[in-house]
Each structure stands twice: as structure tokens, then as C-alpha cells.
Design a protein around this ligand. Structure first.
Ligand SMILES: *[C@@H]1O[C@H](CO)[C@@H](O)[C@H](O)[C@H]1NC(C)=O
Length: 369
């Protein structure tokens, strides 16, 4: 139970940090580094929550791949200069860590018999190809970490049990129709830093997938992709080449709580475009080329954080942020950033921020100049 408690505490810490977004770097950021101990804790928690693991292979003949460390169903083979997935991985393995090797290819039989595997770490290798049948034995795989490789497409036949996939920093240009066929509910897909254009998402690429969090930062997107899962609560498209938000661009994403569009080239957000996001809590539009506060913010009942710093906004109207009537806004703002804009700040009427929790929540601060 202490393991469960520790895992819960950890989870609580994460949630706490996401509850104070304005003081953080930004959104709850799924960092690049994977802490294997953290992962084990989450794994044990998931197990205690009842997904029964098969114990069909009694561990009477302990094996461990040459050079690896095998302990309590965790097989660690990182930094060994491996070119292929090694043989003799114990069939009851839950966590297989192959990061930082020189693996170039995942072959058909590489994960044969690993029906209990929960997490597979393949990040920082040289993988160009995953055999389309390689993942078929992984009937319980929930976490796949394959960032920092040389993949040009998302592997086929992903395990239907998958909950989290990080495929950041590869060479993916195309996400084929049906890539996520058979996957029901996923929590996280991180696929930033891939040279993907809007046209790289084939129609139906995400068909059938329910997904909570998607990040496609540092790609080559020139607009908001139209065909992402409608279930998204968080969408991060920062560091792309998006130039405008058209009226219908966000109409599919009504569930969004957080939307990250910072570090793009957005000049214009069409009037009404934000009205499709009634549940939005947090909006990042910093480091764009906006010349005005986007219209529609005042009608967003739950919006608490808006980043507009480092744009080209010249003036702020008294009703740009807050509705005219009292009681229209359900939650007050706790973060509005406007610094780094050519605004004559003394011209902003104090009433502009009448629906802000306290004056510390507004950052005008041009004094850094
Ligand atoms: C900012 O807006 C002005 C017009 O108001 C324009 O002349 C200028 O080029 C813009 N600057 C940038 C960096 O977009």
C-alpha cells in the first residue's frame, strides 16, 4: 500500500503544479526525461487498480539478456551499444528499457512472448523501421517511448492497450489513415519535433481514437489540423508556422481545456473562432503577431489564463477580457500577460481587468525593456 500511497502523492504533486499554470513554464509539460523509478511506481499503481497480469510463465528458469540487469520484472539494457533488441528477455517482464543504444530496426520476433509488458522504452536509438508485426505480442503494453529515433511514420499495429505514446523528434512526415485503428482510449500522444505538415495527416488518421492530450510542437503546421480527435482536453501546437485561426478551425475541439498556440506566426483570429471552446481554461497565444486582443475572450466563462505577451498589440479595450454583465463569468482570471507589446499601458482603463482575481494576476510589465 505504501507504493500506492507514494504513487498517489506523486500524482497529487503533478496536479498541484498544473493548478498553478501562471507561475509555471506553461502547461503541464511532459518532460523529455523518463525516470524509470517513477514509471515503476505508476506501473505498480496501475496494477493495483486491477488490470490483472497473466502469470502463465513461472519464473523458474531465470534468464537475462547478456549485459542487461533484470530485477523484479524490470529489464534494463540502456547504454549497451545494442544494434538489435537482445534475445532471452524474461517472458514476465513488465518494463523493458532499451534506451540510448544503436538499435536500427525492430524485427518481427523481437518482442515474442512479452504478453505482460507494460512499458517499452526505445528512446534515443537509430530506429528507422518497425516491422508491422513486431508489436502484435504486446497485448498489455500501455506505454511506448520511442522519441529521438529516425522513424518516418508511426509504427503500424500499435497495441490496443496503449495509453501513452511519445514519438517526439523523429522524421515523421505522414500519419496514415487507420494508424490508430483498434485503439480505444489513449491519454497522451507526444509527437512534436517531426517535420510534419498539415497535409501529412491523412483523412481518418485518428479515426476511432479517444485521446486526452496531444502535442505536435516544433513541426511544420501552417494551420490547426482539422481531423484530430474531438475528445482532446489539451492540444499543444506551439512552435509551428500557423498564420491564422479561421472561424471553423477549432469547431471540432469543444472539449478543450488548454490550447497552446504560442510561438507561431498568427496575425489574425477570426471573430467567433473561439466561441467553439466553451470549456477553455488556458490559452497561450504568446510570441505571435497579433495586433489586437482576440475577440470572444470575454464570453469564455471558464477562461483563467491568457498569454498574449510578445505580440504586436497596440491597444486594449475595456471589454476585451471581461463580459459587460455581472455573473456571466464563472471563474475569474488568475493570469493575463500583455508585456512585450507596443501598448500605451497608461491608456488601459482599470475596469478592463474587473474580472481578474487580483492585480498580481495581470502582467503588463514593459519595464524589462
Ligand atoms: C506591427 O503592426 C504595425 C502596424 O500596426 C506594422 O507596421 C508592423 O510591421 C507590425 N510589426 C510586426 C513585427 O509584425
Amino acid at each position: 500500500m505504501s507504493v500506492l500511497l507514494a504513487a498517489l502523492l506523486q500524482l497529487a504533486a503533478l496536479q498541484l503544479s498544473s493548478a498553478l499554470p501562471f507561475q509555471q513554464r506553461g502547461f503541464w509539460d511532459f518532460g523529455e526525461d523518463i525516470d524509470v523509478r517513477d514509471l515503476m511506481m505508476t506501473m505498480m499503481k496501475d496494477q493495483e487498480e486491477g488490470s490483472a497480469f497473466e502469470d502463465v510463465y513461472p519464473p523458474e528458469t531465470p534468464t537475462c539478456p547478456f549485459g542487461c540487469t533484470c530485477h523484479q520484472k524490470v529489464v534494463q539494457c540502456s547504454d549497451l551499444g545494442l544494434i538489435y533488441v537482445p534475445p532471452n528477455i524474461p517472458p514476465d517482464t513488465l518494463l523493458l528499457d532499451l534506451q540510448c543504444n544503436g538499435i536500427t530496426e525492430i524485427r518481427e520476433g523481437d518482442f515474442k512472448g512479452l504478453t505482460n509488458l507494460y512499458a517499452l522504452i526505445l528512446r534515443s536509438n537509430l530506429i528507422t523501421r518497425v516491422n508491422p508485426r513486431a508489436f502484435l505480442p504486446l497485448k498489455r503494453l500501455q506505454k511506448l517511448y520511442i522519441s529521438h529515433n529516425l522513424l518516418t511514420s508511426v509504427p503500424r499495429n500499435l497495441p490496443p492497450s496503449l495509453v501513452e505514446m511519445r514519438i517526439h523528434d523523429n522524421r515523421i512526415r505522414r500519419v496514415a489513415a487507420g494508424t490508430f485503428n483498434g485503439l480505444g482510449n489513449m491519454h497522451v500522444i507526444e509527437m512534436g519535433r517531426n517535420p510534419i505538415h498539415n497535409s501529412g495527416f491523412e483523412p481518418g488518421a485518428f479515426t476511432g481514437l479517444k485521446l486526452n492530450y496531444l502535442r505536435i510542437s516544433e513541426a511544420r503546421l501552417t494551420g490547426v489540423p482539422k481531423d484530430l480527435p474531438a475528445s482532446l482536453h489539451e492540444l499543444h501546437l506551439d512552435h509551428n508556422e500557423i498564420q491564422a485561426i479561421e472561424l471553423e478551425d477549432l469547431s471540432r475541439y469543444k472539449q478543450l481545456h488548454r490550447l497552446g498556440l504560442g510561438f507561431n506566426h498568427i496575425l489574425h483570429i477570426e471573430r467567433g473562432a473561439l466561441s467553439y471552446l466553451p470549456n477553455l481554461r488556458e490559452l497561450h497565444l504568446d510570441h505571435n503577431r497579433l495586433s489586437a486582443v482576440p475577440s470572444g475572450l470575454a464570453n469564455m466563462k471558464y477562461l483563467q489564463v491568457v498569454y498574449l505577451h510578445s505580440n504586436n498589440i497596440t491597444s486594449v479595450g475595456v471589454n476585451d477580457f471581461c463580459p459587460v454583465g455581472f455573473g456571466m463569468k464563472k471563474v475569474f482570471y488568475n493570469g493575463i500577460s500583455l508585456f512585450g507589446n507596443p501598448i500605451e499601458f497608461w491608456e488601459i482603463q482599470p475596469a478592463t481587468f474587473r474580472c481578474v482575481s487580483d492585480h498580481m494576476a495581470v502582467q503588463l510589465g514593459n519595464h524589462k525593456k
